[in-house]
Write a protein that binds this ligand. Structure first.
Ligand code: PMP
Length: 300
């Protein structure tokens, strides 16, 4: 009995010594952390249900919210490429286009806006921007920052540009790109686009349209309306979470974008890399496994 008690207390002493050693080690490793975890990180995140009635962000249906709880997979997994292909087909449908060069940018509408301008315009080239609210002004600034020669057509907020006025300005400034906002959210105007794509073709200029606030709310037909580059945002009429921006380039835009003399000013938004990752360029790609090339063709 005495012996049993003795060996039990010896065991306990051993265990206590081990624990003390562990605590010492933990203490030493923790000692480099001088900033304690903030209280907000120790409590669950609470987000109230609010009804959103502005152009965006908008309320997201439970079916879409539930998708956000799916497991994370690797960006190079076969299933990931299949999901990306499905996303591409969905955008082709929403944009009403057969353009193979159709992807969804990581980022908000601004990312797509910069992507469009950075990829098709080179420093010194002429760009014409229709300004009837804040979004045209924003694009003009983006184009100026990358060294384009920017010409502004200005109307009071919500003002309308006739096709005649647009053609006259294009003929005068000979831009490589003409920008128009379809849904000018700052002024509440949905601008007609019919006929403008034809004018741009006639003058060898690309037609870029911002539908961040309007896609899904007002009709737009990229191919039929001869729009060369179209982008939108996810968090407005599409009722999806923010953070991704669908964009599509037709063959004319691709020709300009992939025959440039200088590299685009942004690495992140360079369509050479993005189109390869999305399997839109027909090339196997450095990091894209061979099976990927099976899903490179595109048509819906
Ligand atoms: N264009 C238009 C017409 C917009 O309404 C907005 C957002 N209000 C943007 C571009 C910018 O999009 P985001 O906020 O997603 O960057």
């Amino acid at each position: 009995m005495q012996r049993a008690l003795f060996s039990r207390s010896a065991l306990l002493a051993q265990q206590t010594a081990k624990n003390a050693l562990l605590l010492q080690r933990l203490d030493r490793s923790m000692s480099s952390v001088t900033i304690p975890p903030p209280a907000c990180m120790l409590r669950p995140l609470e987000v109230p249900l609010r009804y959103l009635f502005g152009p965006g962000p908008s309320n997201v249906p439970p079916r879409i919210l539930a998708v956000g709880a799916k497991p994370i997979i690797g960006h190079m997994h076969q299933e990931m490429f299949e999901i990306m292909n499905d996303i591409k087909r969905g955008i082709q449908y929403a944009f009403q286009t057969e353009n193979n060069m159709t992807i969804s940018m990581s980022g908000s509408g601004h990312a797509a806006m910069e992507c469009a301008v950075f990829n098709v315009v080179e420093p010194g080239e002429s760009v014409l921007v229709a300004i009837n609210g804040i979004w045209g002004e924003r694009v003009a600034e983006i184009a100026e920052r990358m060294g384009a020669n920017v010409h502004r057509m200005v109307k009071t907020p919500g003002g309308y540009f006739s096709n005649k006025e647009i053609e006259q300005a294009i003929a005068k400034h000979k831009p490589v790109l003409f920008f128009l906002t379809h849904g000018e959210s700052s002024a509440g105007l949905c601008h007609p686009v019919d006929g403008i794509g034809d004018i741009c073709r006639k003058h060898n200029c690309l037609f870029l349209v911002d539908t961040v606030a309007s896609l899904g709310a007002a009709p737009i037909f990229m191919d039929k309306q001869n729009i060369d580059i179209l982008y939108t945002g996810s968090q407005k009429a599409l009722n999806a979470p923010p953070g991704t921006a669908p964009i599509s380039f037709n063959d004319r835009a691709c020709h300009k974008m992939f025959n440039r003399k200088t590299k685009p000013v942004s690495y992140l938004l360079d369509m050479t890399h993005l189109s390869n990752y999305w399997g839109c360029d027909g090339k196997p790609g450095q990091s894209i496994p061979p099976h990927r090339s099976r899903c490179l063709d595109s048509s819906p």
